[in-house]
Design a protein around this ligand. Structure first.
Ligand code: TXA
Ligand code: MG
Length: 330
């Protein structure tokens, strides 16, 4: 099998993936959010090769993927944080699912995973292929989104090949990712949960189960300081073609524009037009957004012009990713 090929997730392919991971290799793993670039989190050399493959600064920590909340406990320091049990239980109610929880880490987590931080991000994904892989591994998988650092996250196996094909042993095919944007990230603290990255699990859902508001934190990362979250760099998830919101499109000629619309529009004459959801369903917009950004990036347009949406529910994650694609931070 050639490096970087896409394979169907048969039992044999899962076994082969476990073998590659045990030997310190990298495997493309489908999840319900985006595809991940997975390595054995207990093998520091393997984890280092994730950073190398993505061109990711070693100051940007990785998250651990586990098969269930119980298996995750070993990597979390409950003993020194008696407030943690209760909020962990509430957060774990979203698992398996698109939620990452940042918690105090146990001494067993390698420094290279957390960039030396005393916290670790934990996620229990829902995608059946990710679950089968994690069950078969018996060790946690460190897995960032499987894209070169700062480019758009992959929502199809083919996207992983396009960005990292020569750096990954193979990619398990899990079809198109159902959520289409990366997991919601919250940090659990003695003063309550904080939102680090909006996603499919919405602020409204979090507020409802925690019984308290879950504020977006103002933490900002830089390329050089070990840094709380993600896309907290203002320029992130970004195509090479400049991205602009439709009300800031300026005077670029329609014929040179790649237009991404959230619902049916009447304007015509664009170099390319992507209508993400004929009826303006924002879950569908989220699912198709990254694929459209990638395609729009390939037609030689002068600018990619995108809609805005209301910042509630999944709309918060969509606007967050688009602001970063525009390079305007928040
Ligand atoms: O949906 C997802 O979360 C996907 C799939 C593959 O699981 N993974 C993903 O990983 O998006 P990544 O590395 O692309 O984004 C996770 C973000 C990182 O940018 C990092 O800054 C942040 O989580 N992060 C990781 N550990 C953290 C920590 N201890 N404290 C704060 N932020 C953390
Ligand atoms: Mg990423």
């Amino acid at each position: 099998m050639t490096v970087g090929s896409i394979v169907q997730p048969t039992n044999e392919a899962i076994d082969r993936a476990v073998g590659v991971l045990r030997r310190g290799g990298l495997v493309g793993m489908p999840t319900e959010t985006v595809y991940g670039l997975a390595a054995d989190a207990t093998n520091s050399d393997a984890v280092r090769s994730i950073f190398a493959a993505k061109g990711r600064p070693s100051t940007n920590p990785l998250i651990l993927h586990l098969p269930d909340a119980n298996a995750a406990r070993r990597w979390v320091d409950f003993a020194d944080h008696d407030w943690l049990e209760e909020s962990w239980r509430v957060a774990a109610g979203f698992w398996p699912g698109p939620l990452t929880v940042v918690v105090p880490r146990s001494a067993d987590v390698h420094d290279v995973v957390t960039a030396g931080l005393d916290t670790v991000g934990i996620r229990v994904p829902q995608h059946p292929v990710a679950r089968r892989l994690l069950d078969a591994c018996g060790f946690p998988l460190a897995a960032p989104s499987a894209n070169p650092s700062n480019y758009v996250s992959p929502t199809l196996a083919e996207h992983v090949v396009a960005g990292l094909g020569d750096r990954v042993q193979f990619i398990l095919d899990g079809g198109v990712c159902q959520c289409g944007v990366e997991s919601t990230i919250i940090r659990l603290t003695p003063d309550g949960p904080q939102l680090l990255r909006p996603g499919t699990i919405t602020s409204e859902q979090l507020t409802s189960v925690f019984g308290t508001s879950v504020p977006m934190t103002a933490v900002r990362g830089t390329e050089t300081t070990a840094m709380p979250s993600p896309g907290l760099l203002p320029k992130h998830y970004s195509p090479r073609t400049p991205v602009r919101f439709v009300d800031r499109a300026g005077d670029v000629l329609t014929a040179r524009v790649a237009r991404i619309a959230f619902e049916q529009i009447n304007d015509t004459g664009f170099l390319g037009l992507w209508t993400l959801s004929p009826v303006g369903d924002l879950d569908e917009v989220a699912r198709r957004l990254f694929g459209a950004l990638r395609e729009a990036d390939q037609i030689g347009a002068e600018a990619i012009i995108v809609d805005r949406c209301e910042e509630s529910g999944i709309g918060r994650a969509i606007m967050d990713r688009l602001r970063r694609a525009c390079g305007v931070g928040d």
